[in-house]
Design a protein around this ligand. Structure first.
Ligand code: PEP
Length: 246
């Protein structure tokens, strides 16, 4: 099955209004490469201003609460992100798993909440370095998928991102063979859960993707795109990754 490539940036806790010039330049690159999908997951404070002129660049949030409303100080519901202008949200990012003790069950609940609010979802999974060293990467990813992928997931609204935690922000990446192997295992696991719909679900690779390695990573079998942190913060670094995918 042919799947459109998707390149997603995650600005994490970076970005002030002055940085909207970068969003504008990235939106121009997305407009020039409409054969692929481009997403930018921004701090919530920038979603509204960016969405006003993003065009084909989809603006995303970086997390949402699993409940639609309630006494959850400091949290944002999926509907709030949607109303602000987001069309996508990342859930289950490893930094939230590490910093906020989020579990795969939390990621599942957030994905369901996001879908109910009309958002598309990028759900992250990936092993730690200790798990990799212990030869458990495959089992860890399979277990995360089992617990977090909604049973009605399909490619219209759901994307999986494989992000080995030891590769995030470190400049280290798995070999293309390792990436292809885990992606194939992830798709097989999703096929068990959602049947033929798994064939339409994009699987992104994330972890130290840059303009230098994007072409080889994106050419790897089973890789349908990239989730990019540090190299998405400026157009100068992110646009070459978009171009490599196009
Ligand atoms: C991420 O945080 O999702 C990520 C992939 O970060 P980086 O590209 O900086 O490794």
């Amino acid at each position: 099955m042919t799947r459109r490539k998707l390149v997603a940036g995650n600005w994490k806790m970076h970005g002030m209004r002055a940085d909207l010039v970068e969003v504008e330049a990235i939106a121009a690159a997305a407009a020039a490469h409409r054969q692929i999908d481009v997403v930018l997951a921004l701090p919530a404070t920038l979603i509204g201003p960016a969405a006003a002129y993003a065009g084909p660049l989809a603006i995303g949030g970086q997390d949402c609460h699993a409940n639609p409303k309630g006494a959850h100080t400091g949290c944002l519901s999926a509907a709030m992100l949607h109303e602000a202008g987001a069309s996508v949200v990342i859930v289950g990012h490893s930094e939230r798993r590490a910093d906020q003790n989020e579990t795969s069950q939390d990621a599942w609940a957030k994905a369901e909440a996001a879908r109910a609010a009309g958002l598309r979802v990028i759900l992250c999974c990936g092993e730690t370095e200790a798990e990799r060293d212990a030869g458990r990467a495959e089992r860890v990813v399979q277990a995360q998928i089992e617990k977090s992928v909604p049973e009605d997931a399909n490619g219209d609204w759901f994307t999986l991102a494989y992000e080995p935690r030891w590769a995030i922000g470190t400049g280290r990446t798995p070999t293309p063979e390792e990436i292809a192997s885990i992606h194939a295992i992830a798709r097989a696991k999703m096929r068990q859960l959602v049947g033929d719909a798994a064939g339409g679900i994009r699987i992104l690779y994330g972890g130290s993707v840059t303009g230098d390695n994007a072409a080889s990573i994106l050419a790897t079998p089973e890789v349908d795109g990239a989730l990019v942190g540090g190299a998405s913060l400026t157009a100068a670094k992110f646009v070459p990754i978009i171009e490599a995918a196009a």
